[in-house]
Ligand binder design. Sequence first.
Ligand SMILES: N[C@@H](CCC(=O)N[C@@H](CS)C(=O)NCC(=O)O)C(=O)O
Length: 216
Amino acid sequence: MKLKLYHCPRACSFVAMNALEEAGLEYDEQVINIFAGEQKSPGYLAIHPGGKVPALVADDRVITENASILMFIHRIAPEAELLPDTTDPVFRGQQFSDLVWCSSTVHPFMRQVRMPIRYTDGDPSGVQAKGEEYLHGACRQIDANLEEKTWWYGDQWSIVDVYIFWILATAASSGFPVADYANIAGLMDRAPQRPSFQRAKAKQDAAEVAANIQFP
Ligand SMILES: N[C@@H](CCC(=O)N[C@@H](CS)C(=O)NCC(=O)O)C(=O)O
């Protein structure tokens, strides 16, 4: 199957790229510079009508939404164990729930903290304060789940660890005090050490330079 990932350095598409690297799949990549508005270009909207990254083209069909892309990669490369192997349908459902929680709940909380202006035409300070409250709530949940564990699922790394890393590293870059949570701080140290993370990071860094991306 021919795969092509549409992504942008520093965006949540990093998680999908890390998954492709972990799975050892061959793929083409194309940068969509969301900091220059390329996600709203007619060409990209024809691929992803929502104008967001990531999008993964598999042969001639498009998969959008990070959580779905991650489940798809897990499905076509199960031996990579992006998620722990299981025959238990309930545990599988819980794993999907964890991915969807990252994409539909924790990521938007982080966005509310980082870009409150996207949520109101008025004074963004109250929106941001609420976002911080919600994100602290999610951090308490994450930190509690990581108690006495190396990874989200215990001893076994999964793509959920990378998703949490990306969301909270992005929050930290806006001054959110992620390091106050001891178990999360440990995860933030460990996740970037994985070879697949480092390969994805190197590709993103190279793409950032090649596309001359200027961050606001
Ligand atoms: N629910 C989507 C969210 C994707 C998303 O918000 N992507 C951001 C980058 S992290 C984006 O493309 N932003 C561009 C924009 O909002 O115009 C997913 O999980 O894939």
